[in-house]
Design a protein around this ligand. Structure first.
Ligand code: UD1
Length: 375
């Protein structure tokens, strides 16, 4: 029996972990034991616990409770805590997701303790090193032993950085294995769609099907710069007024920190429905019945696509380039005019097809089987 430690910390990782834990339950019996560790990077009920409850994720065996802090402080606290856990647990491998400070911390500690790192969502690149996530993902990929790339673009990015994509060899940190796996987020979108709790959430908010937009803003590059934040909020206000539809805005705590109470009520009066962070089932339902999605979140861009909704990307670039290639999403940055133009363009277009870009909904099962085979 092999032991793998899965590290989560930020909201999207907890969500991704749900898919892998389901797969371990199905395929791991007698072969793979999963021990879950929460770094505590996200700690509010609505940013963490709600997903464990709703998505049936096993309770973490350890919670490092590191909380918020500067990049250095947060990463260092996670590293210290994880070293102790790895010494005690002696895992055969450590599984990390995505590109947060939790991901980076775990990858650095495990690799230096000679524990193979398994990276899910490997190979994503924005080519913008001013994003902390870009640094985190590059560093993590380069100390990983098993790299699961969700898309062909991700595989190509890794090849460009010198990774070999030859298969069928025993992987090591110096000769890692790159495998295209599909996206575990797609697995979850299928698993948690069309739930009655989702419908109840929409009617509780008084929303009519396809008569509202959904927006989220949480990147530090948007929230922490008043000019950019105001430009996005102005665009949302104008879109709402011109289309006579509300914009539902589930608020990440980082965004709320930058909005005074008077600003919040002013936005409310202008058609922006600020609501607490949504659970996963609520968010999928919200997206699926919306007219349009506007977001700076990487995860939400894809979730919009999974439920066949067009998306305006509130960032200067995206690592999910296949979304923009097909025209289903448009990059508009934080520029009011570009945002409004993109929204207009997307709403006046009918999309013939939404090709399956992110696998077949069984990515986590495939990943689990590869881990059993290779670790
Ligand atoms: C982190 C990830 C980002 C990911 C996002 C998902 C990094 C560098 N960034 O960004 O890639 O897209 O998670 O949500 O790891 N806060 C609370 N309660 C919480 C969590 C955060 O109030 O439960 C507030 C704190 O003021 C904190 C701020 O939000 O300082 C930012 O949190 P942090 O974990 O540093 O980064 P995120 O912006 O959430």
């Amino acid at each position: 029996m092999k032991k793998i430690i899965t590290i989560v910390g930020a909201r999207p990782q907890i969500i991704k972990a749900a898919a892998f834990s389901r797969a371990v339950k199905k395929w791991g019996d007698g072969k793979l034991q999963e021990v879950l560790v929460h770094s505590g990077q996200h700690y509010d009920e609505g940013m963490s616990q709600v997903f464990f409850n709703e998505m049936g994720i096993p309770a973490p065996a350890y919670n490092l409770a590191v909380g918020s802090g500067s990049h250095a402080v947060q990463t260092a606290r996670i590293m210290e805590g994880l070293e102790r856990v790895f010494l005690e647990e002696k895992p055969h491998a450590v599984l990390v997701y995505g590109d947060t400070n939790t991901t980076l911390a775990a990858a650095m500690v495990a690799s230096k303790m000679f524990i193979p790192v398994v990276h899910i969502e490997a190979g994503l690149r924005s080519f913008n090193k001013r994003m902390p996530e870009e640094i985190n993902r590059i560093a993590t990929d380069h100390v990983s032993t098993l790299l699961f790339a969700p898309t062909q673009t991700a595989v190509d990015n890794l090849e460009r950085e010198g990774f070999s994509t030859a298969e069928n060899h025993a992987p090591t940190i110096d000769r890692p294995l790159v495998l295209r796996s599909g996206d575990v987020m797609y697995d979850n979108a299928i698993h948690f769609s069309n739930k009655p709790e989702g419908d109840a959430y929409l009617s509780g908010l008084g929303l009519e099907k396809e008569r509202y937009a959904v927006a989220t803003i949480h990147r530090d590059s948007n929230t922490d710069f008043p000019d950019r934040l105001n430009s996005i909020l102005d665009a949302l206000r104008q879109w709402s007024a011109e289309n006579a539809m509300p914009v539902v805005l589930p608020t990440h705590p980082r965004l709320l920190k930058f909005l005074s109470e008077s600003q919040q009520s002013e936005l409310h009066a202008a058609g922006l429905l600020l609501v607490p962070p949504a659970s996963y089932v609520q968010m999928i339902a919200l997206l699926a019945s919306s007219r349009l999605v506007l977001t700076d979140s990487g995860g939400l861009q894809k979730e919009a696509y999974f439920v066949q909704r067009p998306c305006v990307i509130l960032r200067p670039e995206t690592e999910w380039v296949e979304l923009t290639k097909g025209g289903h999403a448009i990059v508009a940055d934080a520029d009011k005019n570009r945002i409004l133009q993109a929204a207009h363009q997307l709403l006046n277009r009918t999309f013939e097809s939404w090709p399956q870009l992110y696998g077949d909904g069984h990515a986590a099962e495939q990943i689990c089987q590869f881990i059993i085979q290779y670790i």
